[in-house]
Structures are given as structure tokens and as C-alpha cells.
Design a binder for this molecule. Structure first.
Ligand code: ZN
Length: 508
């Protein structure tokens, strides 16, 4: 596809970018293996292999020659008048962005930060095991300081958090996210209060034993039926479910199995990862080994996983289709549970301490707390030592639950130990985008409920492929959203969705 671009510099750049992408894919295979099949004693050798590849990628990617090819290709683009929305023009735009990001940050900073976060992860694990934040605090203090330095490399900026957010969500501004979150928080806290004043739904039947061997067969069958291509992907097991990919034709999902928590573990996490995987399998294959491969951002990726997990997977039409198949695969286990009870059970709202276990109504509240604390730490208005207390107080205010110790509170996520400040907002952005995209899907597919009830997902998948997946990283997140929905990012579709759905379930 890019072979007919009449620019020698572009072709040389293309060759180099493809080379680096192949190292990246090789590193991803090693990373996937590390989380799935690698024996524990393989760890030190694996760390050396990954470091060698990371160094090679950085070296080949930030080579000054790459900067020269980029500048010359950009000059060729201007003199030849390429359409700014054409694939080659967007190729250059993303390549420029990545090159600048990689070269603005000094190599010494990268090395020091890699060292710091590898120590921090170790100390975070110990701190969490001992439920003692003070063991992790000195490392977090240094991470925050280094992240402030990192932001400075991208000065001038509107907000110190902007460069951090931009690394995960290109083009997104802190002010935009803050406005959106302020609106969501007021409404979601009010909705939660109203729900908690109503009788709770029963979901005890979800924790009955479902034999693991049958869980595995059932999940695979469901994913295949819903459109995941097992000729171009796999589903394996890992401690924490994730999705990775080495090509559009090789996308890897993982999940985990627990006999007495089939839905909380294997089933819904598999639907979630399948959403990421369908996106991965749907990117234009011509973008392979170019800067346009992969998803637009973490937020857009999360919009796809949440769409399949929640808007499809926890909807009444979907469950109408699913329940008879569940009864068949697990004879006797759900005989006394009717559709209505099943629907209410998988949508139970229950404030909890742990983000990853949160329901749709409370999930974003966990994210907003983290965003506010990250910003306060960076701005210096919050001291690291005060973090646990501020965290616990805010949990109580927003969710009405208070962590009994640091492991259930401020130490629960690995993101800060990894240095991932700026990452958390993408989860909530994904939720918000998913509902906005869903609204557009429903406009174009008026009989979608009937289709889902009949177990037909092909039209839905084709819509997502057409409007989102195939573009890969060609467009920035807000461009993708505007193209798919005709609108800018908005809180209303998500709030409308929550109010309608949970208003009905809890009789508000
Ligand atoms: Zn996800």
C-alpha cells in the first residue's frame, strides 16, 4: 500500500519503522510467554532478552538518520501536496509524533526511570503483601518527581498532567477530562445513593460451582460464535487477564478460571479481552508493521472491550440468547434461575474497595479518585505520605466504603509502581466512549436487540470494523469518535445508559 509513495526518504523511513516493529512484535511474544507459559526460573534470562530488544528498538528508532528521513519525507509531502488524511500523510504524522516523543526524553532519564520502576515494582509487591504503604512511599515519591521532569521535556503545556495523559491518549487534554469527570461524578454518586436505598438484588447463584473444564469449552465456543477468529488468535490463561498481539493475524487473549466464580472471572473477563482482540484483528492489514498498526489509544481500545463486556454482554437481549446455552453446557446448575433474575444478578451494583471488581455504576468513581490524586501529587498540593489517608477518606465520601488496610486501598493497583501516571483516566474514557459509540450503532442497526437475542453479532462487528477498527492508529481518539458518532466526547450517552438500565433494575 505504501510502495507507490514517490519519496525515497519515505521508503527508507518505512523500511526502518517496519524493522523496529518486528523487534517490537518479538518482544511482545516474549512478554506474552512470560505471563502464560514461562517457568519461574526463566525470569532473569527473560529480563535480559527484553532489555536487549528494548535497547535495540530505541537505538534503531531514535537514530538521527530517522529524523533526517522524516524531515525529507515531510518536505516531499508538502511539495507533492499529499492529502493530509491520506494513509502516507497520517503515517508521517504518527511517525513524527513517536520520534519526537522518543527523542525529547534524554536517554539518561529513560535508563534511570527503568531502573527506578523495576525497584518500585518489587517494593510495591512487598508493601502490598505487608499492607504497609510506607515501604512503597519513597519509591512513589521519586516516581512523581521524575514524572514532573518528564512533563518538563514537553513544555510548554497547559497542564503538567497533559504530557502524561497524551502518552496514552493522544490529543486528550487534562481540562477536557476534568470537565467530563466532574459531570459524571455528581450524577454517578447520586445514582449510587438512590440504588443503595432500594432492596438489593440476589446474585448468589453466580457463585455456584461451574466445572472448569466446561467453563473453558463454553468460553471458547461463545468467543468463536461472537466473531473472534481462532485461526488468527488464541485464548490462554494468566494470573491477570490481558490482550496482546504480534500481527492482525495473531492476537492473544488470556483469562483465568475459578470454579466458584465463573462469571466474575472467566466469562466476563473473556468477553472484555475479546473486545480488545476483535479490535486487534480488525485493523487494516495494510497497516501491518507501520506506525498505523494497533489501536488509536488505550481509551478507544477500552471502549471496545467495555462495549462487548457490558453493553452487549450484560444486556437483556444478549442474556436471553445466552441463558439456554448456559443451561445446556452446565446441566442443572441454573435450572431455578429465570432470565429476569439472571439479568439482575449479573448487573448487581455493590460499592467495593477494588477497582477491577467494580460494577458499571461505581467503576468510574474509582478512576476519578486516582486522577485527582495523581494531579495533586504532581502539582505538589498533596504529599506522598498523606496519600493513604486522603485515599480512604475519598473512598468513604464517594462509595461509602473504607479500606481496612493499604493493600485494599492505595496499594491495590500496580500502575503507579510501573510509572504509569496518566494511564487511569483511559479506563473511564473507554466507558464513556463505549456508550456514545453504542448510541451510534443503535441508530444504524435498529433491530440490534432482535439480532442479539437470536445470537447474531455479525452486523454489530461489521459496524465496528467499518467505523473504528480498520482505521488502526490513523486517527487520534477524538477524531475516531467524531467519525464514528458524529459528535465530540460527551458524558450524556453514558449517564443516560446508566440511568435507564439501573433505574429499571432497581425500580427508581
Ligand atoms: Zn481492557
Amino acid at each position: 500500500m505504501f510502495d507507490d509513495v514517490r519519496s525515497e526518504a519515505f521508503q527508507q523511513l518505512h523500511a526502518r519503522v517496519a524493522e523496529v516493529a518486528r523487534y517490537g512484535a518479538a518482544a511482545a511474544v516474549l512478554g506474552w510467554d512470560q505471563e502464560t507459559f514461562m517457568p519461574p526460573k526463566g525470569q532473569p534470562a527473560r529480563a535480559r532478552q527484553l532489555r536487549a530488544l528494548a535497547q535495540l528498538m530505541h537505538q534503531r528508532g531514535t537514530d538521527p538518520q530517522v529524523g533526517k528521513w522524516l524531515a525529507q519525507a515531510e518536505a516531499d509531502m508538502r511539495s507533492q501536496g499529499w492529502d493530509p488524511d491520506s494513509d502516507p500523510a497520517r503515517f508521517l504524522k504518527v511517525a513524527r509524533r513517536e520520534y519526537d516523543r522518543a527523542t525529547k526524553v534524554p536517554t539518561e532519564w529513560v535508563a534511570e526511570f527503568a531502573q527506578l520502576t523495576s525497584e518500585a515494582k518489587m517494593h510495591w509487591q512487598q508493601a502490598r503483601a505487608q499492607k504497609d504503604f510506607t515501604l512503597f512511599a519513597p519509591y512513589l515519591r521519586r516516581i512523581v518527581a521524575m514524572k514532573r521532569d518528564y512533563a518538563a521535556f514537553f513544555a510548554p503545556y497547559d497542564h503538567v498532567y497533559d504530557p502524561l495523559l497524551d502518552a496514552f491518549e493522544p490529543g486528550m487534554k487534562t481540562a477536557t477530562v476534568q470537565q467530563l469527570f466532574a459531570r459524571l461524578r455528581t450524577e454517578q454518586v447520586a445514582l449510587l445513593k438512590a440504588i443503595l436505598a432500594r432492596p438489593q438484588v440476589d446474585d448468589a447463584f453466580l457463585y455456584r460451582p461451574f466445572p472448569v473444564a466446561q467453563q473453558k469449552a463454553f468460553v471458547r465456543w461463545v468467543l468463536e460464535h461472537m466473531g473472534f477468529d481462532f485461526e488468527a488468535g488464541r485464548l490462554d490463561e494468566s494470573a491477570h487477564p490481558f490482550t496482546t498481539g504480534f500481527s492482525v493475524h495473531d492476537v492473544r487473549l488470556t483469562t483465568r478460571y475459578n470454579e466458584t466464580d465463573f462469571f466474575g472471572q472467566a466469562f466476563y473477563s473473556s468477553l472484555h479481552e475479546m473486545g480488545h482482540g476483535l479490535y486487534g484483528q480488525g485493523v487494516n492489514p495494510d497497516y501491518e508493521e507501520t506506525p498505523l498498526a494497533g489501536g488509536a489509544s488505550l481509551g478507544v481500545h477500552e471502549s471496545q472491550s467495555r462495549l462487548w463486556e457490558n453493553l452487549v454482554g450484560r444486556s437483556r437481549p444478549y442474556l436471553t440468547w445466552l441463558l439456554p446455552h448456559l443451561r445446556q453446557a452446565f446441566p442443572g446448575v441454573l435450572d431455578d434461575v429465570d432470565l429476569d433474575a439472571f439479568y439482575r444478578g449479573v448487573n448487581k451494583v455493590q460499592p467495593s474497595l477494588i477497582r477491577t471488581e467494580a460494577d458499571e455504576v461505581t467503576y468510574n468513581l474509582h478512576i476519578m479518585l486516582r486522577l485527582d490524586l495523581e494531579i495533586a501529587l504532581l502539582e505538589g498540593s498533596l504529599d506522598v505520605d498523606d496519600l493513604p489517608e486522603v485515599w480512604n477518606r475519598r473512598m468513604e465520601e464517594d462509595l461509602g466504603v473504607r479500606p481496612g488496610n493499604d493493600a485494599e486501598g492505595v496499594l491495590q493497583d500496580i500502575h503507579w509502581a510501573m510509572g504509569g501516571l496518566g494511564y487511569f483516566p483511559t479506563y473511564a474514557l473507554g466507558n464513556v466512549m463505549s456508550a456514545q459509540i453504542w448510541q451510534a450503532v443503535r441508530r444504524d442497526l435498529p433491530d440490534l436487540d432482535a439480532q442479539m437475542q437470536a445470537g447474531r453479532f455479525a452486523d454489530l462487528l461489521a459496524w465496528l470494523r467499518e467505523h473504528i477498527h480498520r482505521y488502526g492508529r490513523k486517527f487520534e481518539p477524538l477524531e475516531v469518535l467524531r467519525k464514528a458518532t458524529g459528535q465530540d466526547l460527551q458524558a450524556e450517552p453514558y449517564l443516560d445508559y446508566l440511568r435507564a438500565k439501573y433505574g429499571e433494575i432497581y425500580g427508581l
